[in-house]
Design a protein around this ligand. Structure first.
Ligand code: CA
Ligand code: CA
Ligand code: CA
Length: 854
């Protein structure tokens, strides 16, 4: 069945296109049958079936980016096709390890072996095209382990937002996909539960020893999803057991719609077999994406539009730039050649350079029948782009404070009960751990005083991640010392723990943010003696909190004499206070020293007491750390360690002018530059103005080498900037790269051009793959409106947050979903990138408009 193939009256343009397509490329097989391509996935025009091109990783567990996945008419609509142990797996549920993957080109099939080691359970999944779809087969060599009967099944998860406002048929019975979850759930005793990560639980059972499972929305043998929509139509038929359709959002807001078949007991061979067919619209092509900066351009900067095309699309020869006049008319100002750039990953690209357009005004870019949002060209374009980040995003992230914005209360005062010493020998979630000793004078679970002050929620979660704090503080200090932004749109009163957004209080907001970060850091040193790994939750069910942070704990310090949920009004018997994780990490400790030394300079005329405390703590911590070199086998003893020491030495030297720090800096920086120039050249460039005159000439050869690397960027991708390919998208690295280029440009303008500062901003503001939304929420004409912040369950954003960007799903799919905020690697805003973004926007404005950037 081919939905939507031949509705000639309604879809005449599509039909006309089909004819053109057939005429133009008659030698291309006009078949929608899936073929296994050279990249190791099944492909038809309008549909890709990935079979474990991406694996589950053990760090964040289920990231909804692994297993069997569908990319359906350009959108990833299904994920998590795998043998799973829950009907609607959550992030911290058990994940299978892929132990083998065979891509059989001649047999046109992919087979993977999955393992649950704890249960000694192996299964094989094979996917083979048949007819217009695929056969998915799960087979076992040994019967299902007893413990997993009723738990193990084959799941495939469908993206809720792709099916919102659509319907389904189960064995012909009609229903509507719920916009919000309301299916039946059941309470079960913990004895029936498959344990989650490390024995933690995402469910707050209030001490009752139970957990929840959702009941299916529907069961049957044939499920059709969105029969009314040719772009989303999927049919699944089971030739073994029943299909069950679940709504995962009953237990977790980031859950998906799950189609599942249980694996039967006492059986080997094929235990689950599905036929899956996803409709493809004949001749379907993805709509071109016109990449450009949604905030606009400074007249004197380079201006390039990058057009992303489906590989079956025929490039048009030209692109037009139209001015939007005060009469509301569109007047063509340039007709430019759309120069083919070539292919990058799965798409082909065109570039059009409109740098010659310098007249102040509003413009749109037109390609074929597509027209972009209007954007300005003018000298002001970068002057305000960082305001939302400093005015709104950072205040909302402020820990230990009540935060208001006009009528809205973002959150009450959180964590008045901070914090207790974490117990020893634990592997915790969120990358936290404890070794065999506390390294402090506190006993496990003992309250550590003085920590309920300052700090920021790290990201979309609510822990204090000290490493990011240190980076953010140093970044703010750099912004202040380079650009002195006096902006004051936040009222911050530390005494009463009160923040009011859009309300000046006579104090520059950057200084107030530096003060807020430094208060927490100094508290760690005063009360513990070193920078802690972080302050995070004891319970997994606190970690995924959504909404007001002041409700995560009861804000009462734990009292072991009381029972859980019992309180005397001042203390409580509930073990919900955050834990302070105190493994010794010398590199982190040096980052803390660097941040305090830097902050003490700018706080000196603002909060003298805190400035003195920060510097004293930094100096004494430096001395202590030097008496305590890391053990030979210390996992942190690497250039990371020396890189951080290098930064600490530099900041201490700039602040104190004590030659011993300068000597240590010079001892460290040159070998560091030889070992990893790209990681250290920024520190070296920053140091130039404080070092003896020969320092700059000695550095020159490293800058020459660094600049030579830029050539590769021109051919690496059509955007000319580094695009990351890790499990977390790369905007943070990109912004850091441009900050490095800024420092180098200031000192070596002949070697490093200004364009390497603006290119990243253009990219972040919309000239990037996948879509052309600005990656800074609320900044630019059209920007991210769904980000992974505390309000993500409301499909909303916190203005000024900078998202990680496009995530590479191997082998060739870059993604940044806008209709689904829950993918952290694409949409979670973190303090360090947001602070760096403020720096970079100020740097660009300063370079283009002179100091003050008016
Ligand atoms: Ca965290
Ligand atoms: Ca202020
Ligand atoms: Ca408490």
């Amino acid at each position: 069945m081919k939905v939507g193939a031949v509705n000639l009256t309604r879809d005449f343009p599509a039909f006309a296109f089909m004819l053109i397509f057939l005429t133009l490329s008659f030698n291309q097989a006009f078949s929608q049958k899936l073929q296994l391509n050279d990249l190791g996935y099944f492909e038809a025009q309008g549909l890709n079936v990935f079979v474990f091109s991406n694996e589950y990783n053990g760090f964040f567990f289920d990231e909804k980016t692994a297993g069997i996945e569908l990319i359906h008419h350009g959108m990833r609509t299904a994920t998590g096709g795998a043998v799973r142990l829950q009907p609607t797996p959550e992030q911290w549920d058990q994940i299978p390890v892929m132990t083998d993957r065979k891509v059989d080109k001649t047999g046109n099939s992919i087979t993977v072996t999955l393992q649950y080691k704890d249960y000694d359970f192996n299964s094989k999944i094979s996917v083979t095209p048949k007819g217009d779809g695929v056969i998915i087969r799960v087979s076992l060599d040994k019967p299902l382990p007893e413990k997993l009967v009723g738990h193990a099944g084959f799941n495939l998860e469908f993206l809720p937002s792709a099916y919102f406002e659509k319907t389904y048929l189960m064995d012909g019975r009609p229903d509507i996909f719920p916009l919000s979850p309301f299916s039946k759930t059941e309470v079960r005793p913990n004895s029936e539960k498959i344990p989650q990560f490390n024995g933690y639980t995402t469910f707050d059972d209030r001490g009752r020893g139970e957990f929840l499972i959702p009941d299916p929305l529907a069961t049957g043998k044939m499920l059709v999803l969105a029969p009314e929509d040719p772009e989303r139509y999927v049919r699944i038929e089971s030739s073994t057991g029943e299909l069950m359709l679940y709504d995962g959002r009953n237990v977790a807001q980031n859950g998906w719609f799950v189609v599942r078949s249980l694996i039967p007991a006492n059986k080997t061979g094929t235990v689950v077999e599905w036929y899956l067919e996803a409709n493809t619209i004949p001749g379907w092509k993805r709509k071109p994406v016109i990449g450009f900066s949604q905030v606009g351009y400074h007249p004197s900067q380079d201006k390039v539009a990058v057009i992303e095309l489906d590989k079956n699309d025929l490039p048009l020869p030209t692109v037009s730039l139209l001015q939007v006049t005060s009469e509301g008319k569109f007047v063509e100002k340039r007709k430019l050649e759309a120069k083919p750039w070539g292919e990058y990953l799965r798409y082909r690209y065109l570039r059009a350079d409109f740098s010659s357009l310098k007249d102040t005004g509003l413009y749109v870019i037109k390609y074929g029948d597509q027209q972009t949002e209007a954007f300005p060209i003018g000298t002001q374009v970068f002057s305000k782009v960082w305001y939302p980040t400093l005015d709104v995003w950072f205040p909302v992230q402020m820990d230990h404070m009540f935060v208001r914005e006009a009528y809205r209360i973002w959150h009450g005062v959180p964590y008045r009960d901070d914090a207790m010493q974490a117990p020893v020998n634990i592997r915790h979630f969120d990358g936290y751990w404890m070794d065999s000793t506390t390294n402090t004078k506190y006993k496990p679970l003992e309250h550590i005083p003085g920590l309920d002050v300052g700090g920021w929620f790290d990201a979309g979660d609510f822990d204090i991640e000290t490493a990011h704090h240190c980076t953010a503080i140093i970044s703010f200090v750099d912004t202040w010392e380079n650009f002195h932004p006096q902006r004051d749109e936040t009222f911050i009163d530390q005494k009463t723990r009160y923040v009011d957004i859009h309300r000046p209080d006579g104090k520059p907001d950057i200084l107030q943010q530096i003060e807020h970060g430094t208060l927490q850091l100094v508290a760690q040193y005063k009360n513990i003696g070193f920078a802690v790994r972080g302050i995070n939750f004891p319970n997994l069910y606190q970690y995924h909190h959504l909404g007001d942070a002041s409700t995560i704990t009861d804000n009462l310090i734990y009292n072991p004499k009381l029972k859980p949920y019992e309180t005397d009004g001042l203390t409580s018997g509930t073990l919900d206070d955050r834990w302070v994780f105190t493994p010794k990490i010398p590199s982190l400790n040096y980052s803390g020293i660097a941040a305090m030394a830097a902050a003490s300079r700018v706080l000196n005329g603002y909060n003298k007491q805190l400035a003195d405390d920060a510097l004293n703590e930094a100096i004494s911590a430096w001395d202590r750390q030097h008496k305590e070199p890391p053990a030979e086998n210390d996992r942190w003893r690497s250039w990371f360690f020396e890189n951080a020491e290098c930064t600490a030495a530099l900041e201490l030297y700039i602040t104190t002018k004590d030659q011993k720090y300068q000597r240590r800096f010079e001892e460290l920086i040159w070998p560091q530059l030889d070992a990893a120039p790209e990681w250290n050249i920024s520190t070296a460039a920053k140091a130039i103005e404080y070092m003896p005159p020969d320092f700059k000439s000695r550095l020159q050869k490293y800058v020459v080498r660094y600049a030579a690397g830029f050539k590769k960027l021109e051919t690496a991708n059509p955007y000319g900037v580094p695009i990351g390919s890790r499990g977390w998208a790369g905007n943070s690295e990109l912004i850091s790269w441009s900050i490095t280029n800024y420092y180098l440009h200031k000192n070596f303008p002949d070697l490093i051009g200004q364009e390497y500062i603006y290119k990243s901003l253009d990219y972040v503001f919309g000239c990037h793959p996948y879509s052309n939304l600005s990656f800074v929420a609320g900044v630019g004409t059209h920007s991210k409106k769904h980000t992974y912040g505390s309000n993500r369950a409301d499909f909303s954003f916190i203005a000024g947050g900078v998202v990680p960007g496009v995530l590479l799903l191997k082998p060739d799919f870059l993604e940044n979903k806008e209709d689904w905020p829950f993918l952290w690697g694409e949409n979670e805003c973190v303090v360090d990138i947001c602070a760096d973004y403020i720096f970079l926007a100020n740097a660009a404005n300063d370079l283009l408009n002179g100091r003050g950037g008016k």
